[in-house]
Design a protein around this ligand. Structure first.
Ligand code: BG6
Length: 510
């Protein structure tokens, strides 16, 4: 029942979902152990899970409830963001269930359907359930068919809400994404499908919207009259770790550009939404994605690379080809950089440079807005030699915050002007730590708030941008050879620097 004294618009009050079960398929996988289970604990610890909450694991393991509970506890202890409190885990443990089964096992799914009904009696879940598909994409059709067959996806039949959470990759290209979307939409109604792009759950990404639309300062200059270019970087120092099985044949463009970086571009470039809700946000993002244009000379503006052996943080690291599970002579790219243009009145002529890579010097994600130079400088030329372009940098991670770079007078008797930086740091401005992206997104799923989840159209529009790039690279593989190598610990292949130099620009060194 809703509290009549509570104004639903008051976001300062914690938003606590109604009773429900969270069913995790693939609960033995990396994502469940490293992100989902710790997020459940953190939510419980913050008092954000309802009393009638059940965590239900489904996997092909010969486990009982107790075994699963033990493994989940270890995962939660290891990955939790908030302090460990035994009594909090105790409450979760009491409502932790495990169901063994494989995805083609009809009996197991019949049992699951029954169990979801019984959980209302035993734990007061009201029959509500969110299904988290933390499974390889090729298992999606089987699991979705089982859900349809047993009726467990049907809100009316179960007289409750039933939602599904789909993890990326959302397909491999446009055609497979359309097919996947069709499959999901056959079983669940569109409003009950939550596609996770965990970058949207990051506080700093949401802050981009606050920065732009809650202030008067930036929006009037957020256009081609004042902005020279935009650089979006997502760099990682890690290699592919133990994920060759997934990464081979996927590569940096499908893994990160297609989703995380295009979402960041959409949030950076979009117009103000009419409201801050799912439909209005989506409408603006989709306009941007549909306005994205690839450069005519695509080969010069779609650069890929693959890491070779090198040194990182004083340690010698292997090249991609030497990683376990990677095929000899693999042409999978571990670095991708592209130039995109957004063909709208606001952005015409402003290039958006996007890059991502593994085994780069450090882990950093940022959105750099590079402003045009002042049209006239009333100073002597040698007084402004060290004055660069003004920049606004949204630091997504780490050192979360915002930096503004501008020229300032150097103390002394001359009018020398040099770049300085003004920093806002989350860690210093607020006492509360930022929640993990999965914590926020899981909570939103249980609340039924879809504002931070991309929809079909966005996924498909993003593949429309990526498909021609992948086609070009496949063609290059066949006729010219694979990606350019870069030494681990360097900022990607030379081609990426040449791409910006061709436009008279250079990458920021974050
Ligand atoms: C995932 C990619 O989506 O994001 C990984 O599949 C990548 O390859 C990860 O390492 C990075 O996430 P974050 O939040 O650490 O930047």
């Amino acid at each position: 029942m809703t509290n009549p004294l509570r104004d639903p618009r008051d976001r300062r009050l914690p938003r606590v979902p109604g009773p429900c079960a969270l069913v995790v398929f693939g609960v033995t996988g990396d994502l469940a152990r490293k992100k989902l289970i710790p997020a459940v604990y953190d939510l419980a610890n913050r008092g954000l899970l309802p009393p009638g909450f059940v965590l239900l694991g489904f996997a092909r393991r010969d486990w009982g409830d107790g075994d699963f509970e033990q493994i989940a506890k270890e995962a939660a202890k290891k990955g939790a963001r908030t302090g460990w409190r035994e009594e909090v885990w105790h409450r979760i443990a009491e409502a932790t269930k495990f169901l063994p089964g494989s995805f083609d096992d009809d009996d197991a799914f019949d049992q699951l359907a029954q169990l979801l009904k019984d959980l209302d009696e035993s734990h007061g879940t009201d029959g509500n359930a969110a299904f988290y598909l933390s499974i390889p994409p090729n298992a999606f059709p089987t699991v979705l068919k089982q859900m349809e067959r047993t009726g467990m996806a049907d809100n009316e039949q179960t007289n409750s809400w039933r939602r599904v959470v789909v993890e990326k990759p959302f397909g491999h290209d446009l055609a497979s994404a359309i097919e996947l979307n069709r499959l999901v939409d056959e079983v669940f109604t569109a409003d009950d499908v939550f596609r996770i792009d965990h970058y949207l759950g990051k506080e700093t990404v949401q802050n981009l919207l606050a920065l732009r639309f809650a202030n008067e300062l930036f929006e009037p200059i957020w256009n081609s009259h004042h902005i020279d270019s935009v650089q979006i970087t997502m760099a990682e120092d890690v290699g592919i770790e133990s994920r060759a099985g997934f990464y081979e044949g996927t590569g940096a463009a499908r893994d990160v550009l297609q989703n995380h970086l295009l979402q960041l571009l959409a949030l950076t470039a979009m117009d103000e939404p009419v409201h801050f809700d799912a439909a209005a946000l989506r409408a603006e993002k989709i306009k941007v994605l549909n306005a994205v244009c690839l450069p005519k000379e695509l080969a010069a503006y779609a650069v890929r690379g693959q890491y070779d052996q090198g040194w990182l943080a004083g340690e010698r690291v292997k090249g991609y080809q030497a990683e376990e599970g990677v095929k000899p002579q693999s042409t999978t790219e571990t670095f991708a950089a592209i130039r995109l243009d957004v063909e709208t009145r606001r952005w015409a002529g402003v290039p958006f440079y996007l890059r991502t890579g593994k085994r780069l010097p450090r882990r950093v994600t940022e959105i750099g807005i590079v402003f045009k130079k002042a049209p006239h400088l009333p100073f002597a030329q040698n007084d402004t030699e060290e004055l660069g372009a003004n920049q606004l940098v949204v630091r997504v991670q780490p050192d979360e915050g915002v930096t503004l770079r501008f020229g300032s007078k150097v103390p002394g008797t001359t009018m020398e002007v040099r770049d300085v930086a003004m920093d806002f740091l989350y860690g210093e401005a607020f006492t509360e730590n930022s929640p993990e992206a999965y914590e926020r997104l899981l909570l939103d799923v249980l609340l039924g708030d879809a504002a931070l989840f991309p929809r079909n159209e966005e996924v498909e529009a993003s593949w429309r941008i990526i498909d021609p790039i992948e086609a070009l690279w496949t063609h290059q593989d066949e006729h010219h050879g694979g990606p350019e190598l870069y030494r681990a610990g360097e900022w990607g292949p030379r081609g990426a620097d040449e791409m910006l130099a061709r436009d008279g620009r250079a990458w920021r060194r974050p």
